[in-house]
Design a protein around this ligand. Sequence first.
Ligand code: HEC
Ligand code: HEC
Ligand code: HEC
Ligand code: HEC
Length: 101
Amino acid sequence: MLSAQAVELRDYHKAVIGNDCKACHDNGIKQFPSDQACLKCHNIEDLALKTARNDEDKWQNPHNNLHYGKELPCQECHGEHKAKQPLCSDCHTFKYDKHKE
Ligand code: HEC
Ligand code: HEC
Ligand code: HEC
Ligand code: HEC
């Protein structure tokens, strides 16, 4: 378990969220955030458009993919205080060059 002093936010979140842990930790600091917290600021339809592939690779889109559509929880692929690989990397070698580890 990390202490409050030990946690680091991502640079892209530091500026907008600062020390407001509750912006994400909507179920208390000891629980991982729900997707609802992320979706207050992010929109899954927009994300699916931003990471759309060409037709051939269409279902490799992390935000709208073959197995889970748009329903996979953010934290299967995005960490906040620690690096995280997209779940897909467990079984595939798709290129996700823009992913922030
Ligand atoms: C208070 C608003 C807010 C909340 C809550 C929030 N974000 Fe963000 N997030 C932002 C903003 C603003 C940016 C920077 C602009 C952008 O890339 O959309 C950002 C950027 C990101 C990026 C990086 C974009 C890049 O440059 O590659 C990821 C990944 C991300 N957020 C995931 C999440 C996840 C997962 C959660 C929930 C655990 C979350 N965010 C909660 C506002 C928020
Ligand atoms: C942008 C969203 C976001 C913000 C803001 C945020 N967290 Fe987190 N936190 C997460 C996510 C996602 C996880 C799941 C594990 C991970 O990615 O590190 C997590 C996990 C944790 C954990 C559990 C770690 C573990 O391995 O058991 C602690 C403790 C924690 N956060 C503390 C904090 C504190 C303290 C703050 C405020 C300084 C904070 N968090 C702000 C998203 C956030
Ligand atoms: C537990 C293993 C596993 C995970 C995790 C997984 N897949 Fe798959 N995936 C498979 C298997 C098995 C097939 C069918 C065999 C094949 O065609 O490679 C497949 C097929 C596919 C295909 C069609 C074939 C291809 O290679 O283009 C796509 C697209 C795909 N998965 C996308 C994803 C995405 C995106 C993720 C992450 C959200 C993901 N998968 C996560 C096991 C997995
Ligand atoms: C299957 C894994 C996966 C899931 C689930 C996922 N993401 Fe992503 N996300 C990625 C990858 C991979 C990228 C980088 C795209 C690339 O490299 O083409 C990304 C990029 C982003 C970006 C930057 C988009 C841009 O180009 O500006 C944001 C913001 C983001 N994700 C937020 C989220 C949020 C919020 C959720 C939950 C609603 C979520 N993601 C769910 C894998 C995922």
